[in-house]
Design a protein around this ligand. Structure first.
Ligand code: SIN
Length: 313
């Protein structure tokens, strides 16, 4: 049998990825060793752990827990500080696109980080995390009143390709209004979605929560959140300017999940919980499964079905 060549490369606006599969910020991307492993893996890009101005130890442990269909975390942004990531990338020679994730604890800090990132020639794009569910501060991605002014100020100086990691939204109106704001700025991509905030997982035997920070409340990830990720991708695909790419994130465990994300409108995908569970070999497995899936469906590239989800008649 002659096998059709399947192309799973992707384009995020002008950024070319050899594979549409990459890590999600937060999953095995904090230390130099983890980042080197990601660079050596078959992922199409790397995303760093969201960094802050100063290194942070993060929240008290245990702060991450996983079960068969999900994960809960309240990491509290443990990271080595922006200088570490910029220096690490200076020293690495890589052709793989690098997304520097940043997440300040205040708007002033975000501006500081963005300005610093703008000076680095080693960063392909910035993923601005406006959706961390584990800080005292409010989730900026939920404050549509603040976001417009914030972005207006960002684009007074920002020249790097910039994307925004968004929290999950549960109302169409929110996605529509957020899109109306984002459409006014030269944003290159959005990542949908960060973990679902304020979940709790209970250990009935010990009668406790399973993580310690914030009395057990944290962000929920893993296959349990896939329907919410798909819904957000679908709605943003409807309302966003067509040149703003969507990176799907949430609930990808198998090749067919990647297909579903792209069918809803994603141009590329990120792997979080499953990368934590399985380690770096997840990229090779997903690539194989996804390629095989497309082969069976007789699709040769992701553009043949991207965004083409049909309504049930
Ligand atoms: C964390 O470090 O608390 C998680 C970051 C995030 O989900 O944005």
């Amino acid at each position: 049998m002659i096998m059709k060549k399947i192309d799973i490369s992707a384009r995020i606006n002008g950024i070319q990825l050899s594979s549409c599969i990459m890590n999600a910020s937060g999953a095995l991307c904090t230390t130099g060793q983890e980042l080197s492993d990601l660079l050596d893996s078959s992922s199409g890009a790397i995303v760093t752990k969201s960094c802050t101005r100063q290194p942070r130890k993060g929240n008290i442990k245990p702060r991450y827990f996983e079960w068969n269909v999900g994960s809960i975390n309240s990491m509290g942004l443990p990271n080595l500080g922006i200088d570490f990531y910029l220096n690490f990338l200076e020293e690495k020679k890589t052709k793989k696109p690098v997304f520097l994730s940043i997440s300040g604890l205040s708007i002033e800090e975000i501006f500081f980080l963005l300005k610093k990132a703008n000076f680095s020639s080693k960063i392909t794009a910035i993923e601005l995390n406006l959706s961390c569910p584990n800080l005292q501060e409010e989730i900026l991605g939920y404050d549509l009143y603040k976001i417009y002014d914030f972005l207006e100020n960002v684009f007074k100086f920002n020249e790097k390709p910039l994307g925004i990691k968004l929290p999950p939204y549960f109302k169409e109106e929110y996605i529509k209004n957020m899109s109306l704001i984002l459409n006014q700025f030269p944003i290159v991509f959005v990542t949908c979605i960060n973990s679902l905030p304020n979940g709790i997982f209970v250990d009935p035997r010990n009668e406790t929560s399973v993580i310690q920070p914030r009395n057990g409340f944290g962000g929920i990830g893993g296959s349990i959140i896939k329907p919410f990720a798909l819904a957000n991708i679908r709605k943003f695909y409807t309302y966003l300017r067509k040149d703003i790419s969507i990176i799907g994130c949430g609930g990808i465990s198998y090749g067919k999940d990647i297909f579903e994300h792209i069918l809803c409108g994603a141009s590329a995908v990120q792997i979080g919980t499953q990368l934590m569970k399985e380690g770096i070999s997840v990229f090779e497995r997903l690539k194989k499964e996804f390629t095989l899936f497309l082969q069976k469906k007789n699709y040769s590239s992701i553009n043949s079905f991207k965004g083409k989800l049909k309504n049930l008649q």
